[in-house]
Structure formats: C-alpha cells, structure tokens
Write a protein that binds this ligand. Structure first.
Ligand SMILES: Cc1cc2nc3c(=O)[nH]c(=O)nc-3n(C[C@H](O)[C@H](O)[C@H](O)COP(=O)(O)OP(=O)(O)OC[C@H]3O[C@@H](n4cnc5c(N)ncnc54)[C@H](O)[C@@H]3O)c2cc1C
Length: 400
C-alpha cells in the first residue's frame, strides 16, 4: 500500500458492487475515499448472480477472495437445454478440471453476499466514509479537484470522482449524454426456497433453458437452501427501461409451447420483480480529466453473458493498478484504466447481444443453435473461454 496521496478523498458516486470494489481498490492504493449513495442504506436486491473465475481473481486482488468464496455455491457444470424438446445443447463441467485450468472456481452467489464480501473489506480498511441518502446530481472540476453536488444542494469536495452510479448514471449523462438502447426484452427474477423448488430441477449447476424469444435460468443459492429463478421474454409492448413489481398473470401469458419441465419454473415464485432491460453502445472514452466511469455506468450490458458485476470488480482492480503504475497521478492513471478496459468490456456488451440472439433462436436458427457445440470437449470449451476467465491482476493493464 502506498502512502496517502492527499487529504482530499476520492469520491465514489454509488455504493453498489462496482462502487464498493472501487473504494477498496483506492484505499489499497493509499487514497482516502468517500462513497455517496442515493439509497438510505447500502445493500443489494434479493437475487442471485453467477461469478466466473475472473471475478474471484478480482476479489483476491482486492483482498476479499476468502470472504467471497465462503459465501458462494460451487457448481458442477453449466448446462443448456432446448426448452421445447429438452434436447441438451451443451454441458460444460465446472468442477476440479475447470478450477485447475482457470485457477479459481465458477460459482453462484446471492447478490447481497457478494456485496457483503466487499463491504466486509471496506469496513476492515477503516478508511472509507459513507454518506447515504445522497444523490449526486452534478459535478464540477478544476485543476486541483472535483466538487460533487447532491440533490439537497450540498457540495462534496474531492481529489477525483468515480462514477459507479449504475445503468442510469448521472455522471455518464453529464459527460457523455448518450441514449440507452431499450431491448424490449423483459426479465422476471425471484428467489425460491428449496422446499418449493422442483426436485427434478435441483441440479448443482448454472442451468439455462432456451426457447423461441425467451429463456429461463435457475441455479442454487446459499448452500442449496434457495434457488434463483430468472425468466426472460420478448415483450409484446413498447417497453421503457426500468424496474417494477412483476405480475404473475403477465409472465404466465408468455412461454407457450415449452416442455413441462421448463415451464414449471414460471409457476414457482409467489412474487416477481420485473426488469425491462437496456444497454448502450460501447464508447471509447470514460475518463474526463479527474472524473471516470466504472461498472454499469461505463459499460451497461444485457445480462446474457452473466458478466456485468464481474466486469465492475475487474474495473476496480484495473483502476487501482493503473494509478499504482503512474504513482497515483490521477489523469495518467484514469487514461491507462480506460485504455485497459474499453475493448474488453465492449466485447462483453457485443457478445451479450449475440448470446441473446442465440438463446432466443427460432425456426432454422434454432436448429443451427442446437448443433453449435455438438461433440465439443470440455477442453475446447475452456480454450474458448480463456479470453474471459484468464483475466487477472498480472495481465489487466494495456501497454504503458
Ligand atoms: C437480470 C440480470 C441478471 C444479472 N446477472 C448477472 C450475473 O449473473 N453475473 C454478473 O456478473 N452480473 C450480472 N448482472 C449485472 C449486474 O447486476 C450489474 O452489472 C452490476 O450490479 C453493476 O454494478 P454497479 O455497481 O456498476 O451498478 P449498480 O449495482 O446499479 O449500483 C449502482 C449504485 O449507485 C447508486 N446510485 C445510482 N445513481 C446514483 C447517484 N446519482 N448518486 C449516488 N448514488 C447513485 C445506486 O443506488 C446503486 O447503489 C445481471 C443483471 C441483470 C439485470
């Protein structure tokens, strides 16, 4: 850890997974940090997420690998079935051979537990201040620092600012101002107790059922005591980007013609949350003097690669490393951070769109999809995943 750089803190706008990871990376570099969060309390929504080995490499680099690993469920495989006829499209073992290959496991975790692992690290550092119920609305910067103005008219002075304020980032709006690309795909998410989850689907796996204009995902959480259920469909309405309470009747009006094993998933949850999703076109500039973007604010993506949060944690590690090699020079560090992250995260955004197309294929395209990975060995799957899961703190920086 380097010596403290300035009395002024770096301001992090947003205390989600990306914001907390950034705060940790910055204190490990010797900065003081102040996190401004709009919600009255720090926390996460009640849903699961998948974490690739790259996320665990990043947790390790932030010193919270053990905290994350102890809360995760380790899956034996990832599996994809055709939701119409139960055909197994692909199955990738994620046990010991996978762990050996990538040096860390594939896992599923409750979002609150991933956030909690980072929060434990943040609290242990004793160097990070939190200000909740504080929504950043505007930023000014000059030669020596930044001023973040909040919705109550208060001004927060800092050395620099990290916009980790999520998909509808105010920081991005001010510095980029680009439109969202609403997909028309709607996601329903719920967590179900094991007792209510069908025995014939209690696989220790990240499982996906793919169908025409839809797909369904399930996996265990919290030692298998709960199951995460996520279903996605193409809405027949014009959607606006946002989260609302779901309606059982709406979700049941989709998913016609699926095999009973897959369809039973939509009857399980007693209450659902509904996401109308969007992403944005990847951009080449995230750093604007003493301000930079991180996580969903920098590269909002559809969820089909299950990598949004993984990328946010990688961003944080790369940000810390970029500042380290430039002796904590903010502008040089932010420039290297951006150059190190743009192509990789754009690949996630673009691959995710393509994955959505593959998942939701119909007609002849569905037949092509079902043939894509026929006979493919685990080693060939692993080779194809090397670019993604082979990321680590040693190889995270662009040339400098
Ligand atoms: C259906 C679905 C499934 C997903 N599954 C996975 C998965 O399996 N694996 C994976 O890695 N990722 C997954 N993701 C993506 C993941 O959820 C996000 O990429 C991740 O949460 C981004 O973290 P973040 O900290 O950048 O943003 P957020 O989690 O959105 O956090 C932003 C924070 O900033 C706060 N905030 C917002 N505006 C302001 C403001 N103006 N001032 C102050 N505070 C503000 C918010 O309250 C929030 O706390 C999924 C996403 C969806 C929608």
């Amino acid at each position: 850890m380097s010596a403290p750089h300035s009395e002024l803190p770096v301001i992090v706008a947003g205390g989600g997974i990306g914001g907390l990871a950034a705060a940790l990376a910055l204190v490990r570099q010797g900065f003081r940090v102040k996190v401004l969060e709009q919600a009255p309390e720090l926390g996460e929504i009640g849903a699961g997420m998948q974490l690739g080995p790259n996320a665990f490499h990043a947790f390790d680099a932030l010193g919270v690998g053990e905290q994350a690993r102890k809360r995760a469920v380790y899956t034996d495989f990832m599996v994809m079935h055709d939701a119409i006829d139960e055909y197994q499209v692909g199955k990738i073992p994620t046990g010991e051979a996978f762990r050996q290959r990538f040096g860390n496991p594939y896992a599923v975790i409750h979002r609150a537990d991933a956030h909690g692992a980072l929060l434990e690290g943040v609290q242990a550092s004793g160097q990070i201040g939190f200000v909740t119920s504080t929504r950043v609305v505007r930023i000014e910067q000059d030669a020596t620092g930044v001023t973040a103005h909040d919705q109550q008219g208060q001004a927060h002075r800092g050395l620099a600012l990290i916009g980790a304020d999520g998909v509808k980032s105010v920081v991005r709006q001010q510095f980029v101002g680009d439109p969202a690309r609403v997909t028309g795909h709607v996601v329903y998410r719920a967590v179900v107790d094991k007792a209510d989850f069908p025995e014939d689907l209690r696989w220790n796996a990240a499982s996906i059922w793919v169908g025409p204009n839809c797909h369904l995902v399930h996996y265990p959480l919290r030692g298998g005591e709960q199951y995460n259920v996520v279903v996605t469909f193409h809405s027949r309405n014009t959607e606006e980007w946002g989260v609302t309470e779901g309606s059982q009747a709406e979700v049941q009006s989709y998913f016609q013609g699926l095999c009973p094993k897959a369809r039973q998933l939509i009857d399980l949850p007693k209450s659902w949350k509904r996401w109308a999703t969007a992403d944005r076109e990847p951009i080449g500039q995230w750093s604007f003097g003493r301000v930079t973007l991180l996580g969903d604010a920098a590269h909002p993506t559809t969820q089909y690669m299950a990598q949004g949060a993984c990328m946010a944690i990688e961003d944080a590690v790369t940000l810390g490393e970029s500042l380290r090699v430039h002796g904590n020079d903010i502008e040089k560090g932010f420039d290297l951070y951006q150059r190190s992250r743009v192509a990789r995260t754009a690949r996630i955004v673009l691959s995710s769109r393509e994955m959505g197309r593959i998942y939701h294929a119909k007609g002849v395209e569905r037949l092509v999809r079902n043939d894509l990975w026929k006979g493919r060995t685990p080693e060939r799957f692993y080779d194809a995943m090397e670019w993604l899961y082979g990321w680590n703190v040693q190889n995270c920086l662009a040339d400098h």
